[in-house]
Design a protein around this ligand. Structure first.
Ligand SMILES: [Zn+2]
Length: 321
C-alpha cells in the first residue's frame, strides 16, 4: 500500500549527499598510453556498453529491486574498441568502460539493461559510472567529425577528448544546463505540471533548458512564465543532477510565485495546478498521482517541499522529468 513516512520539521531529504566514491582522475588521462596502462593494471575493472545499455545482474531485494553492473577484468580484445577511463574506485583501481555492439554476449547471469530501466536500482557508485559512461559514449558516437574541417576525429586522453588529425583542434564532451524548479505560492502550495506527452495523473515540477548568454536564475523566471504564465522571485539554488539523455545537467532551484494565476502554454503543458501537502498526501494514498522516479532531482525537490518521503504506487521511470 502506498504510504508516507512521517518526518519531523527539518528532516526533509534535501539535496543528494556529495560523492559516490568514484574518483575522477585527470592525471590518468594525460598519459600518452593511458588506456593500455589502465587496462594492464591488475586492479582494473571494466563494464561493457552498447547503445546506452550495459550488462546488469538484478535480484528482487527485500523492499525493492537491487541491480549491479556486471563488472569484469580486462580482456585482450578490449583495446580494439573505444575504451573510456571513467575514474578510479576507492581502492584506486582503474574503472573503465568498453564501447561494443550489442552482439557482445553479456556475462552469464546478466542481461543488457538501459540507464532509465535500472538507474534507480543501482548503488550510487555504479549509477555514476553508468551515467558517465553513457554520456561519454553518446558524445563520441554523435561527434565523429571535426566541426571546423569535417575530417574524422580520434578519441584521445582516455576518451575525454576528440582531436582532429587535419588541423589539430581538440573537442570536449558537452554538458547542456537545464533548470528545474519547485515553485510555491503564498499558501506554500507547490506548482505541478503535466507535460502534453505524459499520461493523466503524472505530474512533476517545471523544467527547461538554459539559453546561451542567460543566467540560471533568469532561466528559472523565464521558463516558469513561458510554461504557466506565473511570475516568480526569490530564486534559490537547491542541487544538481546529471541527466545524460543525451547530455544535460539539471540544476534544481526553489522559487516563490509573485502572482499565482495559471495560464499554461497549451503546446507544452496539458495541465498545471497548485497542490497543498494534504492534497498530495491524499492523491498519493489514492494512487491518483504518478510522481517522478525516486532518484530524480524532481522527486527530491517535491519531497523537500513536502517535508518527507513519498511512496506512491506509481512513479515514472528514473531519469524522466
Ligand atoms: Zn579539423
Amino acid at each position: 500500500m502506498p504510504g508516507i513516512t512521517p518526518r519531523g520539521p527539518g528532516e526533509s531529504p534535501g539535496p543528494e549527499p556529495l560523492g559516490t566514491g568514484l574518483r575522477r582522475n585527470n592525471a590518468d588521462r594525460d598519459h600518452p598510453h593511458a588506456i593500455a596502462e589502465l587496462l594492464a593494471d591488475p586492479r582494473a575493472r571494466v563494464v561493457d556498453l552498447a547503445e546506452g545499455a550495459t550488462p546488469v545482474t538484478t535480484d528482487s531485494g527485500e523492499s525493492r529491486p537491487q541491480a549491479r553492473l556486471s563488472w569484469r577484468p580486462p580482456r585482450p580484445d578490449d583495446a580494439e574498441h573505444l575504451v573510456l577511463s571513467i575514474g578510479r574506485d576507492g581502492a584506486a583501481g582503474p574503472v573503465l568502460a568498453v564501447v561494443r555492439d550489442r552482439e557482445f554476449v553479456a556475462p552469464a547471469g546478466s542481461t543488457w539493461r538501459g540507464l532509465r530501466e535500472v538507474g534507480a536500482d543501482l548503488d550510487p557508485f555504479d549509477a555514476e559510472v553508468f551515467m558517465t559512461a553513457v554520456a561519454l559514449a553518446r558524445w563520441h558516437e554523435s561527434h565523429p567529425r571535426c566541426p571546423r574541417c569535417g575530417a574524422e576525429t580520434v578519441s584521445e586522453r582516455a576518451g575525454w577528448t576528440r582531436r582532429c588529425p587535419q588541423d589539430g583542434s581538440e573537442h570536449f564532451p558537452r554538458t547542456d544546463p537545464a533548470v528545474i524548479m519547485a515553485v510555491v505560492d503564498e499558501f506554500d502550495r507547490l506548482l505541478l505540471g503535466r507535460n502534453v506527452l505524459w499520461p493523466t495523473g503524472r505530474f512533476s515540477v517545471l523544467a527547461g533548458f538554459v539559453e546561451p548568454g542567460e543566467r540560471l536564475e533568469a532561466a528559472v523566471v523565464r521558463e516558469v512564465h513561458e510554461e504557466v504564465g506565473v511570475n516568480v522571485t526569490d530564486v534559490q539554488y537547491f542541487g544538481s543532477q546529471p541527466w545524460p539523455f543525451p547530455a544535460s545537467l539539471m540544476l534544481g532551484f526553489t522559487a516563490r510565485a509573485v502572482q499565482p494565476d495559471l495560464r499554461p502554454d497549451a503546446d507544452e503543458i496539458a495541465e498545471a495546478r497548485w497542490v497543498s501537502r494534504e492534497e498530495v498526501r491524499q492523491l498519493v494514498e489514492n494512487a491518483q498521482l504518478t510522481l517522478p522516479g525516486r532518484l530524480s532531482i524532481a522527486r527530491r525537490l517535491i519531497e523537500d517541499w513536502y517535508g518527507g518521503r513519498l511512496s506512491p504506487a506509481r512513479e515514472a521511470t528514473w531519469g524522466r522529468r
